[in-house]
Design a binder for this molecule. Structure first.
Ligand code: NI
Length: 173
């Protein structure tokens, strides 16, 4: 299967996506397969449908070990359709994020530390869960994509942005 990840500048990434209304369809199954292939190909920890050009409210996330985030604990693979979340407390933490739509860049972003999340699976069954730290960060990042928001818009400081090619020893962060 060919994977086609769109990049920053494509208007679809700035567009709010529409809720899924029909579950269990071939189209939805294929969309999720394409998303999973793309996430795997680019070593992502999460992906939102707009990132492959579909403005539908679908996100996926999960990984065992990830070379892009080697210090993070595994997160079970999850499909969330029409996702939402709410913070469990007002506490936030700051951490580094990257995005397959913005290749090479990492920036520091504040996110809620603990959240409850909600959504539906492919068949329309309701899913509820809780997530903390990096797991919660990924869900918040992917939900942002569905509202047409990229992590660059949430940077604490533009100077806390770097390219992965830059020697880590000379970066002043
Ligand atoms: Ni992203």
């Amino acid at each position: 299967m060919t994977v086609n990840a769109i990049k920053i500048g494509d208007p679809k990434l700035w567009t709010a996506s529409s809720p899924v209304v029909k579950f269990g369809t071939t189209e939805l199954t294929q969309l999720i397969e394409k998303m999973r292939d793309t996430m795997t190909t680019f070593n992502g920890v999460g992906l939102a449908a707009p990132q492959i050009g579909y403005n539908d409210r679908v996100i996926i996330f999960g990984f065992d070990e990830n070379p892009r985030y080697p210090n993070e604990k595994p997160v079970p693979f999850t499909v969330l359709i029409n996702p939402s979340f709410e913070p469990i407390s007002e506490e936030k933490n700051s951490g580094w994020e990257g995005c397959l739509s913005i290749p090479g860049l990492r920036g520091k972003v504040d996110r809620y530390t603990e959240i409850k999340y909600f959504g539906y699976d492919l068949t329309g069954k309701q899913i509820k869960g809780t997530a903390s730290r990096f797991h919660a960060r990924v869900i918040q990042h992917e939900c942002d994509h569905l509202d047409g928001i990229l992590f660059l818009q949430r940077l604490i400081d533009l100077k806390q942005l770097y390219h992965e090619d830059v020697d880590k020893n000379i970066i002043q962060l």
